[in-house]
Write a protein that binds this ligand. Sequence first.
Ligand code: DOR
Ligand code: ZN
Length: 413
Amino acid sequence: MDWICGNLADYRGLLGSGCIGVEDGFIRSVRKAPGRGRVRDYTGTGYIVSPGLIDIHVHLRGLEYSYKETEETGGRAAAASGITLVIDMPNTLPRADNRETVRAKLEALSRAPVDHGLFAAIPRDPRRVEELLSEAIAGFKVYPEDLYERSGGVKGALSSGSLVVLHPELPEAGSAVAEDLVSREAHRNCGFEAAAVEVLAGMGGGRVHVTHASCRSTIIAAKKHGYTVDVTPHHLFYSTLTGAGCMYRVNPPLRPWHEPSWLVYMLLEGLVDAFASDHAPHALWEKSDPLYCSPGIPWLESWPWLVYRLVSVGALDLSEFLWLASRGPAVVAGLEDYGVIREGARGNILVYDPRAVWRFPGPAYSMARHYPSTMARMAGRPIEVLVGGETVFIGGEVIEGVRGVNPFTWRRP
Ligand code: DOR
Ligand code: ZN
């Protein structure tokens, strides 16, 4: 058995000084002192030993978008920031709405150094939903155009009992008449987000999660229907005042400053279920035309420690952070054995220094170069990261050769 000892914490808060014993990828024992085997002892260092972080909304690209990012480069970026499980999105090329592409994506994801899942896209033919259900997917992702063009498939996904993740915008939001960021925000306004939640709710009951809520009205609409909801670091911390260039072009768009203020308020009030980054890497040339550049902000290598500033200033409790960045996303995804320190849970562990204050120097592993968080002040810093008990990050570097698993092969969505 491998033991990791120190100041343990999870979403229940600080658990005290103790040791976690991991064997064959899972936590087998949690006790005061280590048993026989290899011991890593962080007792007395001031570091915190917590479950690995989880990001349920990332775009690792791959396939024909491998020039933007791959499952391996994005997976390393995740490991470097303490994220040990990512769930990938299906707006790939080709689109992951069929068995062949889903299998190709799962195969590529199996080479990532962190645990991983994949949402399938809604197929045009509703009868194909059934075929995707027999693959090890995390659920389905519903994009705005699916609500109109693939409504049969959306209804099939809802009634299947799988997790259905909604991108809450309507296709009409895409027909902006002016493309500068402030005009875009006015066209793709908050009303479209709440309306998209209502349109989906009108299509039948199901297990729904609303992702990247950028407005308070989206969270209210989601909660009205009993849905879970996540927020991104950019919709929390950036606004239309932050920047006007391509770096800040994203869907849904950044909002006027009062919306991020509301999001932080609702987060602190406990109305948000998870953080999710919407890590959206692009090539630099796709991020250069000021009006028509590709939307998306890359985050995987930095976001937890930007968000941790809320803990370091005393706004968010440690337990709340470990809920929003680990246990909450696990529960949303239906993964009861993630995001918690207890016997039987997956041996994904993060050791971090809660006192560290530093500036993010820019990505070392992610292929994306357009990180707006480059040189931003960070609070808290990963020291060691373990996936299934194996060290994947230590001494500031990602270790080669570690492979994550897909928990949806043993947990059906
Ligand atoms: O900004 C975004 N980028 N929003 C999306 O919905 C998609 C994503 C991407 O895939 O680049
Ligand atoms: Zn996305």
